[in-house]
Design a protein around this ligand. Structure first.
Ligand code: NI
Length: 201
């Protein structure tokens, strides 16, 4: 493409993105752009079958009746995942006793390396009730698809495995029926996350 065309395409994209952003914020409540909320049914969540960090097979039904705070990532992630899992932990700690209704859940997008044993050791770094879930590549793919989470293996020569995993970094709050309630974009503070969760409890 000629440079001028590229610039025009880029400008059109930016205008479109801004329009979408404004539209989202106009339809949302008074909340800022950091904590997004959607009323009505969003197509996030759904059935899954995975294995928890104790080796037990679990499905979405095992979490029915309680709230879940769900995050997809992988244990070899250098900083994005540990940061977000620490924020989830801090948010739940801020909620005090109310947090007992909420189960934090970490779903692996790297099932090759994230064995049950690896998950069991990793979850001890974070909230004491954090549930680590992994599975076959197909099971993980289905779970990520249900939550509309993007992930992809990419080459990484600095990793001993030769790859890392790119993934979206979004925390989902799901209700007692497995219904989507809210999501928190990467970088949301523990305070904001705690407030966003408390609204739904
Ligand atoms: Ni990560």
């Amino acid at each position: 493409m000629k440079p001028r065309i590229i610039i025009f395409a880029a400008a059109a994209f930016i205008v479109g993105a801004l329009a979408a952003f404004v539209a989202i914020n106009l339809t949302g409540k008074a909340s800022g752009p950091v904590v997004s909320q959607v009323s009505g049914k969003a197509l996030i969540g759904g059935p899954f079958t995975l294995t928890d960090h104790t080796g037990k097979t679990v499905t979405e039904k095992d979490f029915a009746g309680g709230f879940t705070l769900v995050y997809f990532g992988f244990t070899y992630c250098p900083d994005v995942c540990p940061t977000e899992l620490q924020i989830m932990t801090a948010a739940l700690e801020q909620l005090g006793d109310k947090a007992e209704k909420v189960t934090p859940v970490f779903i692996s997008v790297d099932p090759k390396r994230d064995t049950v044993e690896q998950m069991a050791s990793y979850v001890t770094n974070f909230h004491k009730r954090l549930v680590g879930l992994t599975g076959t590549p197909e099971q993980v793919k289905a779970a990520a698809k249900a939550y509309r989470v993007y992930y992809a293996e990419v080459k990484d020569e600095t990793s001993s495995a030769g790859y890392t995993v790119d993934h979206s970094s979004i925390v989902f709050l799901m209700g007692p029926k497995g219904d989507y309630l809210a999501h928190f974009s990467h970088g949301t503070s523990p305070q904001k996350m705690a407030e966003g969760i408390a609204k739904h409890l």
